[in-house]
Design a protein around this ligand. Sequence first.
Ligand code: V47
Length: 363
Amino acid sequence: MADSGLKRVAKKLEQGLRLNLEDGLSCLGTPDLVGLGRLALAKRKDMHGMKASFIRNFHLNYTNVCANQCTFCAFHRPQEAPDSFLIEPGEAARRILSSPVEPLREVHVVGGCHPGLDLGYYLGLLKSLKQARAGVNVKAFTAVEVDHMAAKAGISARECLIELKEAGLDALPGGGAEVFSARLRQLLFPRKPDARRWLQIHGEAHSLGIPTNATLLFGHLETPQELVEHLLRLREQQDGTGGFQAFIPLPFQARNTPLAHLGGPSGVEILKVIATSRLILDNFPSIKAYWVMLGTRLSQVALHFGADDLEGTIVHEQIAHEAGAETARGLTVEQLRGLIEEAGFQAVERDSFHRPLVEEQAS
Ligand code: V47
C-alpha cells in the first residue's frame, strides 16, 4: 500500500478505531483503488461473510406530480403536464396483483409531493396494498413525503408515522436525503426539508419500531468533504436511534435533467464511494449496490468493494429510467442469483427486515 493516507486508515481499522473526516477524504482521494477495496471487502466479510442478499420486490411510484422540483430529478412533473399521473389505491393493488414476481415479499412505494393528496390517500394506499397480497411488507414514503403529508394534515411527523404504521407501513425507504449540505440544498433542492428534519423523521420512525434506510445522491456538485460529512451524520444518527437497516449510495443519473452536462460519476468514483461508505458506516448492517443506477456489471464488482445486497427484482423502475438509466426495468430472481454467484458470492434471499429466508420459504 503506497498511499500514506490509506495506510493510516488501514492501521485504524486494524486497531478497531472509527474513521473520521480526514480518513474518509483519504479513502475517496486515494489512487490505490484496489487497496481501498481490500479494506472494504475485509470489513464486509467480517459482517456478512461471502453472502450477498436480494429481495423479491416491486417498486411502485404512485405519482410523478411533485411540488419540490429538484434540479437533479427527471421524474417530477407539474400537475397540468400531459404525462403527469396519479395511481389510485385500487389500481396500485391491481398492479401488484399482476406482478410477475412470486411470492412477492415487499412493495417499495415512493412518489412526488403531490399538493392535492391528503392523509386519507396514503392510508388508503397502504391498506389496499396490504389487502391485495397477504403477507407482503410495505416499505413506503421517504421522510420528505412524510413531512409533506404531515404538514398538509396539520399533525406532527410522529403522529403521521403512527397512523401510517397502523395502516400497514412496515419500513421507510432511504430516499430524499440527497446530500446533507446547506450549500447544495440551496443550489439543487431548496424546497425539500433540510438534513436536520430528514434525520429527525428517521429518528422518530426508529423510536416507533419502524426500520428505515438512508441514501446519498453523489457524483454531481458535491465536494468530497460534503460527501464524507453526510456519512458521518448518518453514523451519528444511527448511534443515537439505531434503526437504519441499509445505506444506498445513488450515483447521479444525469440525462434529462438541467445538470445533464455533468454526466454522472465514473466507475472508479462509484466504487470508492461504496468502499468508503462500508468503512465509515460501521454501524450500518447493509450497504446496497443499487443495480438500477450502478448497472449490473458494476454491481457485481461493488460486491467486492463493500456492498452486500443487490436490492431486488424491482420489476418496473421509473425514477432512474426517466434520468436515462440504461439498465433493465427489473430483473428475475434467476438473474439476481446469477449475478451474485458469478461474482463469487453466495446468493441469499431475504425479507424486508434483512432476515435471510430459509430454503422452503425462499422457493
Ligand atoms: O429519493 C432522484 C434519487 C431516490 C435522481 O430505501 C436520483 O431501499 C440519481 O431512494 N439520479 C429514489 N438519483 C431511489 C431510492 C431508493 C432506491 C432503491 C432502494 C431504496 C431503499 C431507495 O433517487 C430519490 C432521489 O434521492 N434520485 N433523481 C437522479 N437523477
